[in-house]
Write a protein that binds this ligand. Structure first.
Ligand code: NAG
Ligand code: NAG
Ligand code: NAG
Ligand code: NAG
Ligand code: NAG
Ligand code: NAG
Ligand code: NAG
Ligand code: NAG
Ligand code: NAG
Ligand code: NAG
Ligand code: NAG
Ligand code: NAG
Length: 531
């Protein structure tokens, strides 16, 4: 019976297997097996339209494979069961630039444990028949161009541990059948077009460690039931349309290490004791929402916190003075809020940030910070790459010490009340791509050392009281694509420095700067987190 069925499958695939069919020894020798997944693999291959790397070139029946019973078990990416001859446990075919569609025949692989087709160019829908692969533990279809809805039948994968369908074009809602994925530890649907509310029953999937639903079109409120996920370490709901308050119970999930609610319409204030509730946090991100109130000082008590990303909200009051005391921060982004500094002690947070030896990004721009910029601004980590303080009321001189941040790519101090001359030490910042000091009260001559910053793409010194001539060294700024020296007291000639061909490159980079530090990939790389 089995052989007959097996032969029938073969007939269906006659075009690919003519040679083998003519060889009776191959079919009789497989009679020791009750399954043979060869037709399924051939079906998979038949729907691959482009294989530029020749990844499936071993997927052929040739003189050596034809003689052995299950030669396909040694095809690239294929792994077979040792106990059940001829049954495929894993096609692992990630990152091979394969185009085409995913064969529904894969649903016939009854012993399949791993299906990894991630990072290819597959399109079409996810075949509902995959729900028949009852043995499946890991399914990864991330980074393709798959579309259509998530098939409800996938809720039948009762042994599933990890499901990745991130970075596709999947639409529809999260099927109710997923409530049956009792063993799933990783669920990643980031970067698709999934809509609808976040289902409250997700809180029933208590094995979950990583839940990634960023960059979709999810709406409604964040359900308090998520707090039942007592093993959850990684939660991102960033870049959706969520609104309302974050349920206070969510700040009680002490297992959390990564929390990203950025770019939604969430509101309310953060609990002041967050630091004692979430002791294991490494990333805390709520950028571009409507949060208000104080930045909780207790964040400074979280020993492993690396990223604090709060920009684009309505946080008020002072920046907590001990914010950098754990020494671990790598990025501190609080720009575009209503934060205040009036007295010199309101700037103590800078002294504390000096403790963070890996700090590479500080964003204080667009707040109500005033007073004299303390010299402690020069004591931060030499790993500093971006320093943004524009759009405040900061007075005093631009400290000479800034010249020690030799890795700095962006220095933005525009729209403040800075006085004095521009320190010539700025010319030491040889990696600087953007320097913006416009709308201040700086006077004196433009230091000729700025002409040494060979990478400089954007230079704005407009609306100051700068005088004298434009330094001849500017003729060396071959990467410059934008130069604004207007509204000063300058005289003399303007060097021919604009280089329009570089424009695209530069704008790409500044967009990346805005969002880039929060892409999931970034954090995966940084923390090396996998499951
Ligand atoms: C025949 O197929 C086997 C298994 O796929 C492969 O390892 C081998 O290189 C192939 N030989 C030739 C001559 O193509
Ligand atoms: C398969 O094997 C038989 C004999 O072992 C041989 O005659 C036939 O040409 C082989 N087919 C292919 C495609 O190599
Ligand atoms: C294999 O899968 C296809 C598509 O799901 C189906 O039509 C076919 O009947 C299956 N074959 C067997 C032997 O299960
Ligand atoms: C698989 O899932 C579908 C849709 O959720 C359901 O109708 C079907 O009964 C399930 N099959 C099995 C064998 O559980
Ligand atoms: C899926 O594969 C991609 C790249 O191939 C990897 O980065 C990601 O972690 C995998 N996801 C899951 C859930 O295994
Ligand atoms: C994404 O899917 C929608 C249909 O859901 C389709 O209209 C659109 O063209 C697809 N976009 C891409 C980039 O494939
Ligand atoms: C989730 O769990 C609750 C409580 O255990 C239960 O009442 C509810 O039916 C479950 N929801 C689903 C969709 O399974
Ligand atoms: C957080 O958990 C503690 C102890 O488990 C409990 O006493 C407290 O009420 C919880 N807080 C919230 C807001 O749920
Ligand atoms: C926090 O992290 C430590 C070290 O990784 C771990 O032992 C501990 O169980 C974690 N705490 C919670 C509540 O998950
Ligand atoms: C930080 O932790 C210490 C020790 O537990 C505690 O005394 C202090 O009040 C905490 N600081 C904040 C700002 O919560
Ligand atoms: C700097 O770090 C040390 C040790 O980690 C800590 O004792 C000190 O309070 C920190 N200083 C500031 C200003 O945060
Ligand atoms: C431009 O750079 C070259 C080489 O670094 C240097 O010799 C030259 O003096 C510079 N030109 C100006 C006008 O500073």
């Amino acid at each position: 019976m089995e052989i007959r069925r097996w032969l029938l499958q073969f007939l269906a695939l006659l075009t690919m297997t003519t040679a083998l069919l003519l060889n009776p020894s191959a079919s009789t020798s497989s009679s020791i097996s009750t399954v043979d997944d060869l037709p399924t693999l051939l079906s998979f291959k038949s729907l691959i339209t482009k294989d530029p790397l020749g990844a499936l070139s071993s997927w052929t029946i040739n003189s050596s494979s034809n003689g052995s019973t299950h030669g396909f078990c040694s095809w690239t990416g294929v792994k077979c069961s040792r106990t059940h001859l001829g049954s495929v446990m894993a096609p692992r075919l990630q990152g091979l630039s394969l185009s085409g569609t995913v064969s529904p025949f894969l649903g016939n692989l009854s012993r399949l444990r791993v299906l990894d087709l991630s990072n290819n160019k597959l399109e079409g829908q996810i075949p509902p028949s995959l729900g028949n692969c009852f043995a499946l533990r890991r399914l990864n279809l991330s980074m393709n161009s798959l579309s259509g809805a998530i098939p409800p039948a996938m809720g039948n994968l009762s042994k599933l541990l990890a499901m990745g369908i991130s970075i596709n074009n999947i639409s529809g809602t999260i099927p109710l059948s997923f409530a049956d994925l009792a063993t799933v530890t990783v669920l990643s649907i980031t970067s698709n077009s999934v809509h609808g509310p976040i289902p409250p029953w997700l809180g029933n999937l208590t094995a979950l460690k990583r839940l990634s639903m960023a960059e979709n079109m999810m709406s409604g409120h964040v359900p308090p039931t998520l707090s039942k996920l007592i093993n959850l370490q990684y939660l991102t709901l960033a870049v959706n349309n969520l609104q309302g308050l974050i349920p206070p119970v969510l700040f009680n999930m002490s297992s959390l290490e990564y929390l990203n609610f950025g770019s939604n319409q969430l509101s309310g204030s953060l609990p002041q004791d967050i630091g004692s509730m979430l002791p294991n946090l490494t990333v805390f991100s709520v950028f571009y929402n409507k949060f208000e109130g104080q930045i909780p000082a207790s964040l400074s008590n979280i020993s492993g916190l690396e990223l604090i990303v709060l920009h684009g909200n309505r946080f008020r009051g002072q920046i907590p003075s001990n914010i950098g005391q754990n020494g671990c921060l790598i990025a501190f982004a609080v720009g575009d809020n209503e934060l205040q500094a009036t007295e010199s002690r309101d700037w103590d947070f800078l002294t504390s940030l000096a403790n963070c030896s890996r700090l590479f990004s500080v964003g204080l721009q667009l707040n109500n910070l005033s007073g004299i910029l303390p010299n402690s601004i020069s004591n931060l980590s030499q790993k500093l790459e971006t320093l943004k303080a524009g759009g405040n009321q900061i007075a005093g001189h631009i400290p000479t010490g800034i010249g020690r941040y030799y890795q700095l790519t962006m220095l933005a101090f525009e729209e403040n009340l800075f006085t004095g001359t521009i320190p010539s030490d700025i010319g030491k910042l040889s990696n600087l791509k953007a320097l913006s000091l416009s709308q201040n009260r700086c006077h004196g001559e433009i230091p000729s050392s700025i002409g040494n910053i060979s990478q400089l793409s954007l230079l704005t010194l407009s609306a100051n009281n700068l005088e004298g001539s434009i330094p001849a060294t500017f003729g060396n700024l071959t990467e410059l694509i934008s130069l604004d020296l207007s509204l000063n007291l300058l005289s003399g000639q303007i060097p021919e420095v604009l280089n329009p061909s570089k424009r695209n490159e530069f704008w790409c980079e500044s967009t990346r700067d805005l969002r880039g530090d929060l892409r999931e990939e970034f954090t995966i790389q940084r923390t090396g987190a996998t499951s």
